[in-house]
Design a protein around this ligand. Sequence first.
Ligand code: PLP
Length: 429
Amino acid sequence: MFIGQQPKDTILEDYARYVNPGRVSVFKQMGLDFVVGRREGVWMWDVDDSHRLLNCRCSGGVFNLGHRPPRVVKAVKAALDEIDVSDHMLLDETRAVLGRRLAEVTPGDIQYSTFSPGGAEAIDVAIKLARGYTQRPGIISVKKGYHGHTGFALATGEDSFRGKFGPMPPGFSKVPFGNADALEAHVSEETAAVIIETIPATAGILIPPDDYYPRVRRACDAHGAQLIIDEVQAGLGRTGRLWAIEEWDVVPDIIVIGKGMSGGIDPMSATCHRPHLDAFFQQNPFIHLSSFGGAALGCVAAMAMLDQTTEPGFMEHVQAMGDRFEAGFVELQSRHSIVAGWRRRGLMIGFEVKDPRMGVAMSAVLAQNGVPAVFADHRPTTIQIMPPLIIQSEEVDFVLEALDRALAFLTDHPEMLAMVSQVAARLGL
Ligand SMILES: Cc1ncc(COP(=O)(O)O)c(C=O)c1O
């Protein structure tokens, strides 16, 4: 009913004419004219059914449970017989149930949840809450971090994304990631919050030193600044723990969740905070509103997602599949001189090549070999490999074989780099 009703050429033409011509032409330039058709588990088929791709992009974690995870689909189908998105100003049972469940599973004494439809809006809520509570202007983020494309979220980011939109709100500044000395020197009585992705993805899946987050926590405590941890990508099992920040044994004041929270079925994100911060919302219970924030169907999807993600054996599976990838990488590096290394926690993987142009080219050639996985925007030598967490051993091997073919192809076809230079210039890299 919804897939393949139009010839593929018509879809491409309509997309170029009515949706986004620039994107269509960049994809064409990269030799990619894939249009998502059937989708199930780790796979997506082209709309004309000509071939399938194993999704190692996963929209940064939206498809943690694969495409159309049966438990989430079943729950949402059943919910459609009884509920809708619900009225966002009124009280709703599904929001209360999800709020309690999140309080049970989030780190430390994090208790309250504000729901939004997407990650960037949830980041905006976190920054509003930190500023409202502290009555301070300062927001410190990390260089090359990424928290989304809406107002305050955009202001935390790099000029490559925000520079064309005129003056940003005042009070935003940046320090290098992973450098606790720089952060300690920068936090002050003017700081409302420090905001960091636990493992920054767009910066290239960076893993900080062991003492980084404990020192960040202490620096915030020393000055009354709030610590906002963004687990939009790293959370919900991606790293082989429910929350990536658990590795550092640090409890943030606010944790932001999105992407995989939807089960890939119904948009949902959350800004979850500790009790002290709620003083602000208690005085201002209607200060933040969003028509689709906490849509009841999304709450149902999120509950089903959490049921599956917290089941015994789930994290062990993520760890085992991550280990299988790593064993394959060792072997690939021994045969391909263009491989520089990798960084990884669970199935959050940054695969590193030596030349930034190679990273962009790898994304194109990997997709041509059946595996969409993109280079990190702020570090194009890194290919982000983010497979669904339900991936099985033979599917890991499929990805490794595609990597092998793509690396061999690029070594033998240096002329690919010329094509990439043009694409990179258009993308502002
Ligand atoms: C770490 C991180 N935070 C926030 C966001 C913004 O989420 P959304 O695209 O749902 O607005 C993203 C999106 O990629 C992200 O990677």
